[in-house]
Design a protein around this ligand. Structure first.
Ligand SMILES: [Mn+2]
Length: 250
């Protein structure tokens, strides 16, 4: 069987609609995975039943894709909201942090994109800049919110030699799109930096003792015609295929 990839999606509380941009589904599908959307389940009075649902979902998938979206509430890394914080979605935060932890515990491949990369770092004990421009103290910041089409590689990143990311991509330098005002600050103990922009902003994180645990700050799902971006999805789906095939003990 082909591996099933659970993709987290957004809930727009104003319109009451679950939503996801199609590139995430397309990237998984093009890489031979079976994409299924995971909605953020609403908070119930009985929080145990919600956590059970999360566990049931984890039991049914072979890989978890954490999609992009709003800012994670800073209470999850012990801070109050900064004045420059963007929209926050409490339903997504709770559900995705729980899914992420359980997926890692179960040894599933996890691929975090943009918010997903930040959430991965927070879930595992790291933190983020709530707003790079006002918090990083970096004078030579480059533009991370591109005034250009989403598919356009806007700034370069350096891929760390010896990293899993480097192994997958086979390149030191990558041109990526950029739509973020937050970024990983203190790395979670199990994560290492895998790529950085010229200003030092961490653009990718990974764990090297896991089948596939990678977060990227850019949006590869908007650049699927770029062979490097498709390679990322392919490596993720392949790792999920190993789980499906039973070589990771499931
Ligand atoms: Mn960037």
């Amino acid at each position: 069987m082909k591996p099933t990839i659970g993709i987290t999606c957004d809930f727009d509380w104003e319109s009451g609609i679950f939503q996801l941009k199609p590139g995430y589904v397309e990237g998984v599908y093009r890489s031979g995975g079976v994409p299924v959307l995971i909605p953020p389940l609403s908070c119930s009075e009985d929080s145990d039943s919600r956590l059970d649902a999360t566990g049931e979902i984890i039991n049914r998938i072979h890989g978890l894709l954490l999609s992009g979206g709003q800012d994670v509430h800073p209470s999850y890394f012990g801070e109050q909201p900064h004045t420059a914080i963007g929209r926050v979605n409490p339903l997504r935060d709770q559900m995705e942090l729980s899914l992420c932890l359980q997926a890692v515990k179960a040894g599933l491949p996890v691929f975090g994109i943009c918010r997903g990369a930040q959430l991965l770092n927070i879930a595992l004990g790291g933190d983020i800049y709530q707003d790079i421009a006002s918090q990083s103290g970096e004078k030579g910041l480059i533009c991370h919110n591109q005034p250009a089409p989403k598919w356009f590689g806007f700034h370069d990143v350096r891929v760390r030699e010896g990293s899993r990311l480097h192994q997958i991509l086979g390149t030191d330098k990558l041109s990526v799109n950029s739509f973020h005002h937050q970024a990983v600050r203190r790395l979670a103990p199990v994560l290492k930096p895998a790529a950085a922009a010229a200003d030092g902003v961490i653009e990718a994180v990974e764990s090297d003792n896991r089948p596939f645990l990678i977060g990227v700050q850019w949006h590869p799902e908007c650049m699927l015609d770029d062979p490097y971006m498709l390679k990322l999805f392919e490596a993720f789906v392949q790792a999920a295929g190993d789980v499906e095939g039973g070589s990771h003990g499931r």
